[in-house]
Structure formats: structure tokens, C-alpha cells
Design a protein around this ligand. Structure first.
Ligand code: ATP
Length: 377
């Protein structure tokens, strides 16, 4: 099939079947001003690839499109462990290259699977969706004045479609009001989501258009050909690209060793422990172990607020060293701009693993990532 848009031409390995491009076009050209598309389906069926294609198609008609990323282990525009709403204003020509963007709003979930805390997971996603509704979904008044600020929304979801994963999808759909639900199906029928509006008890659910499409690639027996991703490697790569931003963009870094060495050579931020609250999200740590437990970990940098229920995450940091007893400080590396950091009053600790490559800096003692810091004992 001939590529049908510039974005497809730029992604030689990506195959957009007619069914996919027709679906994306139908959503972009539907009668609703700003469609809300919920993309779901089993693991590796192509949800992310389709979502990115849809995003590009929508960006041909709209200046900006909102993207709600609910796949906390395989995040699209942020490092893993975050749930985010991002406003995208540029077509990404190559659908195979992940890129980091600063989200409009973001929560630190602190794990790569929703099963760690399904209740909080759903609360965060609902809060992100509500934020979209409040800020980016036109109400009648603004529509009437012709100053429409409404943006389409693409919601990408995890591939966990059984058990609690299924319940969470149902929970999301019940909270949201998508105009379109795109279900990607694979040939192994038992792995698919139920047909139709599976989340709703209404017999005729006319308010939403449910579209079922097949995974892009099939063999000659019409079996879906699914590409398995190395999820852990992808997460590590995403984290390393994130922390690469701590260094000047014009600095040449060709290898992981160089990246680690340069990160170790950076001056970290010195954070006074008395100025921040340290919170372990998924475990209880005795007070005496708190400093030790922070060392060489990835933390969410968050800002608490009296008006908001959940602290907003402004980015991640690596705790490079801790000097608890004598100075009461921790040393943090982060690409978050200093101006934004000034508001951070919460360090959230989850279970996002620091990539091993970053712990093995030449000349430094693992896991402290520094040659000159006495580790906390
Ligand atoms: N249309 C396509 N053309 C070529 N490769 C594809 C296509 N769709 C998916 N793939 C490949 O299959 C793999 C899985 O795709 P993708 O990440 O989009 O699936 P997913 O359903 O979002 O996965 P997960 O459930 O893990 O989040 C990736 O390596 C992707 O490049």
C-alpha cells in the first residue's frame, strides 16, 4: 500500500494498513469539534503506534492535541512511572522514535504497573482527565464567542486487559466520555477485549463510536504478527535520555559510559532534608533507614498544594549521595530547571529502578555514583 501521509512516509518500518488510516481519518473528520479517542487492546497489539499515528493525523487539522498517557510502564513522552497529560503541537515524523516532552500535568505513580496500587492509579488518571476537561474542553460559552480552546484528546492505555487490568479499563471508560473507542484486536481471540461497549450496561450506547481494528501485521494464515518489545531496556533507555537532559545539548555523548561519567562529574543540587518531605509510596521504611533507602534511587520531585488533592510531579531526580547525619543534605541530579525546582517540597520514592549502566561509572564506587562523597552508613 502506498503511504498516505508524510508521517507514514517518514517511518519506513511502520506499516499503516487502510483500516488504521481510515479509522484515524474518520476520527479526525468526525462531526464533533474535538474528538476524544480511547485506544485499547491486548499487549503489543499496536496501541501506541496507532495512537501516535492518530495524533499526527489530528495535528494536520488542529494546532494542538492533548495526549493522556495511562501506560505507566511504557510511557510515551515521559520517563516511566509517571502518568501524564501532554499537549502536543508538532507532528512526530518517525513513529518509531520515542521523544520526551514536558507534560502539562503529571503525577508520580512510582511503579511500572498499575497493579502496585490500582486505586491511586485510577484516581490519578481521573484527575488528569478532569484537568483536560476543565482546561481544554470547550464549554458552550467559549464556543459561542468563537474563541474555541477545545483540543482533541488521545488516550493510550496499557495492554493489561484481563483481571484487574480489565477492571481498570472499565473504570477509566466509566469516568471518561470518549467520542471514540478504538479497540485493536489480535487473531488470538481469547486475548482480546469483549466486543462492543464492554464497559457499559446500556444496550444501545449511541454516545460513543466503538471501532474495532486488527493489529497491523498478519502472516499468510491471517495470524497477527506481534513484535515483542524489550520493555526493561526501553525503560532504561527512556530514563537515560531523560537524565541526558542534565547535560548541555551540544555536548557530544556517544556511549553510555560517557553519559555516566559526565553525569557523575556534574554538580548536583544540594537539598536540605529539613526543607522537603520524603515520602515512600509503596513501602514502609523505618525512620532510621530513610536516608540509606534514598541513596542512588530515582525520586519524583513534586509540589504539594492545598488546593489540589494530589501533589504534582515536575520531574525526576537521581539521589546521587546522602549526607544525612552531619549535614542533613541529599545531593540530587535532575534536568528540571532551577526555577521550577524552587517550588519542590516533596520527594516521592517509588520503585523505579535506576538503570544499572548509570550505577557503574568508571572510577566511582557503586552505587553512590560519586568518587568524592562519603556514603551514608
Ligand atoms: N503498524 C505497525 N507497523 C510496524 N510495526 C508495528 C506496528 N504496530 C506495532 N508495531 C510494532 O510492534 C511493537 C508493539 O507496538 P506498540 O508499542 O505500538 O504496541 P502496544 O499495544 O502499545 O504495546 P504495549 O501493550 O506493550 O503498550 C513495537 O515494536 C512496534 O514498533
Amino acid at each position: 500500500m502506498a503511504p498516505d501521509s508524510e508521517s507514514d512516509r517518514s517511518s519506513p518500518d511502520i506499516f499503516i494498513p487502510d483500516e488504521w488510516s481510515n479509522t484515524a481519518d474518520a476520527i479526525a473528520n468526525c462531526s464533533v469539534d474535538s474528538p476524544i479517542a480511547f485506544v485499547c487492546g491486548p499487549k503489543n497489539s499496536g496501541k501506541t503506534t496507532f495512537s501516535r499515528h492518530l495524533l499526527n493525523v489530528l495535528l494536520q487539522r488542529h494546532k494542538k492535541v492533548a495526549y493522556l498517557d495511562t501506560d505507566v510502564g511504557q510511557t510515551e513522552f515521559t520517563p516511566p512511572g509517571l502518568l501524564s497529560l501532554t499537549i502536543v503541537d508538532k507532528i512526530t515524523p518517525d513513529l518509531t522514535i520515542p521523544c520526551l516532552k514536558t507534560p502539562e500535568r503529571c503525577f508520580f505513580f512510582g511503579d511500572i504497573s498499575s497493579k502496585r496500587d490500582p486505586v491511586i492509579y485510577l484516581s490519578y488518571i481521573s484527575a488528569l482527565y478532569d484537568h483536560y476537561l476543565k482546561e481544554y474542553c470547550t464549554d458552550n460559552k467559549t464556543k459561542f464567542q468563537g474563541t474555541t480552546t477545545s483540543l482533541p484528546l488521545v488516550i493510550n492505555t496499557p495492554g493489561w486487559v484481563k483481571g484487574i487490568g480489565y477492571e481498570l479499563l472499565v473504570g477509566m471508560l466509566k469516568h471518561m466520555s470518549p467520542t471514540h473507542v478504538v479497540k485493536i484486536r489480535i487473531s488470538s481471540e481469547s486475548k482480546n477485549l469483549p466486543r462492543g461497549a464492554f464497559w457499559s450496561n446500556e444496550v444501545n450506547n449511541d454516545s460513543v463510536c466503538v471501532i474495532e481494528i486488527n493489529a497491523a501485521r498478519q502472516d499468510h494464515l491471517k495470524r497477527s504478527v506481534l513484535v515483542q518489545k524489550d520493555a526493561r531496556l526501553l525503560r532504561d533507555m527512556r530514563l537515560m535520555s531523560y537524565f541526558r537532559q542534565c547535560l548541555p545539548s551540544d555536548m557530544t555523548i556517544s556511549t553510555l559510559k560517557e553519559l555516566t561519567r559526565e553525569l557523575c562529574a556534574l554538580h548536583p543540587y544540594e537539598v536540605k532534608i529539613s526543607n522537603v518531605e520524603i515520602k515512600h509510596l509503596h513501602s514502609q521504611v523505618p525512620v532510621s533507614e530513610i536516608f540509606g533507602s534514598l541513596n542512588a534511587t530515582i525520586v519524583g520531585l513534586a509540589v504539594s498544594s492545598v488546593s489540589e488533592k494530589w501533589p504534582q510531579c515536575v520531574g525526576l531526580g537521581i539521589v546521587r549521595a546522602v549526607n544525612g547525619p552531619s549535614k542533613g543534605v541529599i545531593y540530587v541530579l535532575t534536568p528540571v530547571p532551577q526555577k521550577v525546582l524552587e517550588d519542590v517540597d516533596l520527594l516521592l520514592m517509588g520503585s523505579i529502578q535506576t538503570p544499572t549502566a548509570l550505577l557503574l561509572a568508571p572510577g566511582c564506587v557503586s552505587p553512590y555514583m560519586s568518587a568524592n562523597v562519603v556514603p551514608y552508613i
